[in-house]
Each structure stands twice: as structure tokens, then as C-alpha cells.
Design a protein around this ligand. Structure first.
Ligand code: PLP
Length: 233
């Protein structure tokens, strides 16, 4: 087995173990392989090992990869945009990605809705919540969620699928779990109101177990699959 296939198997095992520990089925949790900065060859290895959902943070880099794999006839892949999104880049996301995890204002949702081609299925979107990181400018406060969710849910070319968060790093499991539970409670309330809501994108390498115990349905893992990133190139 090559490194990436081996790493993927290990990450899948960790997800199953975390799910089992809290009485959930591992099928309830989707593994999003975060491939930012990694070459198409690394993604191809993950695809060969059965991975289908990939997360990208940089618009143009993501689009290049999406087009590459479309040309090589890997048509059953799912591409998730998970980086901060500027208005002037929204068209590329609307025209190429399957999901956007970082909706944090009506303006960006409206643009994505207008720019999503009518020939494509609706863009799946998650509203990003700033759950614990006071220094982060990304995401809305929980008390702003109801209003933004109602506006996003009314946009026909978008499908509101749920919530996403990048909690501030916490060293203890108990703290990680407490923050993740706040997200899970908000997610359950949203799910009760909108039939399309089924996804809580929460949990990275260091807080995956707590996120799964709290109710995450999608974990985003990069380094543990593809190795450390090199930003110098
Ligand atoms: C980079 C990134 C990840 C993956 O981080 P790793 O530490 O490489 O596992 C997950 N979520 C988001 C939003 C990211 O930007």
C-alpha cells in the first residue's frame, strides 16, 4: 500500500473507532479529504484508495483540479470549497464546486445563487459559525443564524445543508466536546426547521473524536492523509 492509501485507511479506522465509542454508525460520518496545496497525483492516489470527497481552500487551485479530474473522467467526485470566499471569486465556486462550507453573509450567498448555472444541480451550502475563535473574522455568531438561514434557504440555486465551524484549538477533550456540543445543538435546531439540513462539518485532526462524539457528520482531514503542506513553493 502506498502512503496515502495507508494514511486513508488509518484515518477511516480512527473515525470508526470514535463512532463506535459513542454508539454511532461510522457511515453517519463523511470523511472530507482536504487536498489544498497537494498535487493532482496525490489526489489520484486517494481516489484509487476509494476516496470521493475532497476539500479545497483556494479557488483557482481547486478549479484547476476539478477540471483536471473531469478530463480524466473521474466524474463521481465531490468537490467542497472550504476556504474564505471573496466576492470577486464567487463565480468560479458557483460554476465548478459541488459544495461551499463558508457562507457567512447574505451578499456572498446571493452572488453564488445568481452565478450558479441553471444546468447544474443547486450548490450545497453550509453556514459558517464563529463558535469560539474571537480572533477569527470568518463565520457568524450563533444569534445571527436564524436570520441568515432563512435568507439562504429561500435561494433556489442553493441548498442549505447545514453548518460548519473551525473552533479555536483547545488542549482538553472536555473543552473540545463542550464547543462541539454547542454546534451540534444549533445544528439539531436547524435540522428540525429545514428538511434539506443534514450536515455538520466539524472536526479536524486534533478534535475529531470530540466532534464525532458531539454529533459531527463530516470531518475535514488534510495532513493525516496527504502529509505536511509546503507553502514555500
Ligand atoms: C486545512 C484545513 C483542514 C485540514 O487541516 P489539517 O490540519 O491538514 O488536517 C480542515 N478544515 C479547513 C477549513 C482547513 O482549511
Amino acid at each position: 500500500m502506498n502512503d496515502i492509501a495507508h494514511n486513508l485507511a488509518q484515518v477511516r479506522d480512527k473515525i470508526s473507532a470514535a463512532a463506535t465509542r459513542c454508539g454511532r454508525a461510522s457511515e453517519e460520518i463523511t470523511l472530507l479529504a482536504v487536498s489544498k496545496t497537494k498535487p493532482a497525483s496525490a489526489i489520484a492516489e486517494a481516489i484509487a484508495a476509494g476516496q470521493r470527497a475532497f476539500g479545497e481552500n483556494y479557488v483557482q487551485e481547486g478549479v484547476d483540479k476539478i477540471l483536471h479530474f473531469r478530463e480524466t473522467e473521474n466524474t463521481d467526485l465531490e468537490w467542497h470549497f472550504i476556504g474564505p470566499l471573496q466576492s470577486n471569486k464567487s463565480r468560479l465556486v458557483a460554476e465548478h464546486f459541488d459544495w461551499c462550507h463558508t457562507i457567512d453573509r447574505l451578499k456572498i450567498a446571493t452572488r453564488l445563487n445568481e452565478q450558479r448555472p441553471a444546468t447544474m444541480p443547486a450548490l450545497n451550502v453550509l453556514i459558517q459559525i464563529n463558535i469560539s475563535d474571537e480572533n477569527s473574522k470568518s463565520g457568524i455568531a450563533l444569534d445571527e443564524l436564524d436570520a441568515l438561514a432563512a435568507e439562504v434557504a429561500a435561494l433556489p440555486q442553493l441548498t442549505l445543508r447545514g453548518l460548519m465551524a473551525i473552533p479555536a484549538p483547545e488542549s482538553s477533550y472536555e473543552r473540545q466536546f463542550a464547543v462541539a456540543r454547542q454546534m451540534a445543538v444549533a445544528f439539531e435546531a436547524l435540522k428540525a426547521r429545514y428538511q434539506t439540513v443534514d450536515t455538520l462539518s466539524l472536526g479536524m485532526s486534533d478534535d475529531m473524536d470530540a466532534a464525532i462524539a458531539a454529533g459531527s457528520t463530516m470531518v475535514r482531514i488534510g495532513t493525516a492523509i496527504f502529509g505536511a503542506r509546503d507553502y514555500s513553493k
